[in-house]
Write a protein that binds this ligand. Structure first.
Ligand code: AMP
Length: 634
């Protein structure tokens, strides 16, 4: 067995040879001419000239050997529906969906926007796009109409696929009014909206633009749609993510590099073998859902479990019962879910037979030591933290147990994955840090296969956002702080920018500030991330009102604070709703007018904001302290 060190060194010193070998894991309709095109840094093109298709690799390729194996097990504790699809059945459903899309004019290179809850059709639709060579852009079903409208205008879809409703925690969320509003707000005219009717919300099919899926599915029941053989670097999808500006970035991914990277990750990191069952508790609207609910498990010939519901309904034992019932081998979730489960009766975990489970993977946010220790002890199985971003598509840091059974170190997601040439750098000089010295996590050119190719429709933003922030070096910045020890293990120490992480979801504080500023009463606002015992971080907003004095009447203040929170929810969705909105008469700033966000965050967490010699008016800090009246870190 090769050692991790040799394996990683080879991937950095000779990426061409390394990835040429890894590329054998997938089917190429036409072999590639070059492994890597480095002619236009920081852009990298992988497997140039090779032709392949993600849907063929995820489904068609397995029909010879595993047509009767389950490809998808779908469980909804919201609707009580449970369905299984073999690879053969999945093939049929994807072909029907692809035929319906084709009948609505979708062709290679077109964008299809999916605004869907966790239903099997979300998986069918993504793979149908891949089949047709269309580019899917999945928008998380919790996002609000203005948010959706911004993505419609940026992605310019020819088709939107949606459903009548989503469901969460027993509550039905009617999607069609939201789609109505988003389409009315968007400048781009989307020709068709295809509706999957789950019969959860009132019949809305009379809306003039809606096309019902079911009758068309019947019409195209036996149609076979051939796979489009795409050049490896054609776009497969666009997934929007938050940054420091209000405008979300469309992360564009390729076809061949993504397929190879995911297949490699299933071997080296997840140790998923054909026939295994993997349950990734995420949402198709996030990158973890794209990579590890949909593409990676299917490309590697596994059974994927797709789950609609919360971890505690009908009770906190539901996920463990799923492990027993479906003989789940690999499970993947975010630390927040475990912190929720930790509060449940511990006996629930012991009630199910978890003998099938080999490993639990966690990602998306920092894994705190008490949670890591609790779950490792309760399960008695390896718990593997892994660190990555929407931009990288697969883990940058992990314990590659498929290569070498390195030990885990509490507090660290592990060591760099194959192809990630990671260096911690000083943010002022760009120099590499010494071991244990804090720096910005950066990646040297080229990014490995599977990472973002560019920002959708905006190459210059890709360069200026990601490759221009470190002085004297053209390197990719993750915008995360970290330290690396002598053995190569990295610990993540939080973001360098104004992005916060709420329950594993990335939010730009700037977006929330913009939403609050749109309220007529608001003159000025500062949003900061504050440590939270359950969600990791929550957003807290401090607002200065226009003209008026702060009302001394506490019920009037509470009403206004609730109204401001609701404004954020309407514009960005419930996930962005601040934990608190606090009205103050001024915000702490330097004499040159720079907002002292770190001081605000420190106060909100009950910490000392330290010496602030440049502050314009220290009374602003006092006011925040008084307004919080003892709330802070919990
Ligand atoms: P997203 O693109 O939404 O997946 O968010 C990516 C960000 O989440 C990273 O830049 C980190 O700040 C954070 N993150 C993801 N995984 C981890 C992890 N295992 N440990 C610490 N932070 C993480």
């Amino acid at each position: 067995m090769t050692s991790y060190r040799d394996f990683h060194r080879r991937s950095i010193e000779n990426p061409e040879d390394f990835w040429r070998e890894e590329a054998r894991r997938i089917h190429w309709h036409t072999p590639f001419d070059d492994v890597l095109d480095r002619s236009n840094p920081p852009f990298a093109r992988w497997f140039v000239g090779g032709r392949t298709n993600l849907c063929h690799n995820a489904v068609d390729r397995h029909l010879a050997e595993r047509a009767q194996q389950n490809a998808l097990v779908y469980v909804s504790t919201e609707t009580g529906i449970e369905r299984r699809y073999t690879y053969a059945e999945l093939y049929g459903e994807i072909n029907r969906m692809a035929a319906v899309m084709r009948s609505l004019g979708v062709k290679r290179g077109d964008v299809v926007l999916l605004y869907l809850p966790m239903i099997p059709e979300a998986l069918f639709a993504m793979l149908a796009c891949a089949r047709l060579g269309a580019i899917h852009s999945v928008v998380f079903g919790g996002f609000a109409a203005p948010n959706l409208a911004a993505r419609i205008d940026d992605a310019k879809p020819v088709l939107i696929v949606t459903a009548d409703a989503g469901a969460r925690g027993g509550k039905v969320i009617d999607y069609t009014p939201l789609i109505d509003e988003a389409l009315a707000r968007a400048t781009h005219q989307t020709p068709h909206v295809l509706l999957i009717d789950r019969q959860l919300a009132p019949e809305r099919l009379n809306a003039h633009y809606l096309v019902a899926y079911e009758p068309l599915r019947e019409q195209f029941f036996d149609v076979h749609v051939p796979c489009e053989w795409l050049e490896s670097n054609e776009p497969s999808y666009v997934l929007y993510t938050s940054g420091t500006t209000g405008k979300p970035k469309g992360v564009q991914r390729d076809v061949g590099g993504y397929a190879v990277a995911l297949a490699a990750s299933m071997e080296h990191i997840f140790e998923g073998k054909p026939g295994d069952t993997m349950f990734t508790a995420s949402d198709v609207g996030w990158v973890v859902g794209h990579s590890y609910i949909i593409y990676a498990p299917l490309i590697a010939g596994l059974t994927t479990v797709m789950y609609e519901g919360t971890p505690i309904r009908p009770d906190g034992g539901i996920w463990w019962r799923l492990v027993e019932q479906h003989k789940i081998n690999l499970m993947f979730t975010a630390p927040t879910a475990l912190r929720v489960l930790k509060k449940q009766d511990p006996a629930l975990l012991k009630k199910s037979d978890l003998s099938s489970l080999r490993t639990l993977f966690l990602a998306g946010e920092p894994l705190d030591e008490p949670t890591a220790a609790w779950i490792a002890d309760a399960l008695g199985k390896p718990v593997i933290d892994n660190y990555w971003q929407t931009e990288t598509g697969w883990p940058m840091l992990a314990i590659p147990r498929g290569v070498e059974t390195l030990r885990s170190k509490l507090g660290s997601p592990g060591v760099p994955s194959a192809g990630f040439n990671l260096t911690l750098r000083n943010e002022l000089t760009g120099d590499a840090c010494a071991p244990r010295e804090k720096g910005v996590l950066t990646l040297d050119y080229p990014l490995p296969p599977g990472c973002m190719s560019t920002v959708w429709g905006d190459d210059s933003r890709f360069v200026s956002t990601y490759w221009s922030s470190i002085p004297n070096q053209q390197v990719y910045s993750t915008f995360d702080w970290g330290v690396q020890d002598e053995d190569g293990y990295v610990t993540i120490l939080g973001r360098t920018d104004d992005v916060i992480n709420v329950a594993g979801h990335r939010l730009g504080t700037r977006e929330i500030e913009e939403a609050l500023s749109s309220h007529a009463a608001v003159a000025e606002v500062a949003v900061v991330g504050v440590t939270d015992a359950l969600k990791g971080q929550v957003a807290m907003a401090f607002v200065v009102l226009r003209g008026a004095q702060i009302s001394a009447d506490s019920s009037e203040r509470a009403r206004l604070e609730a109204e401001l929170s609701a404004t954020v929810e309407r514009q960005l969705g419930a996930i962005a709703r601040p934990a608190r909105v606090v009205v103050v008469s001024m915000l702490p700033k330097t004499r040159s007018g720079k907002m002292l966000r770190r001081a605000i965050a420190a106060l909100a967490e009950g910490r000392d904001p330290g010496d602030l010699p440049t502050i314009e008016d220290p009374a602003a800090l006092l006011q925040i302290r008084e307004a919080l009246g003892g709330i802070g870190a919990n």
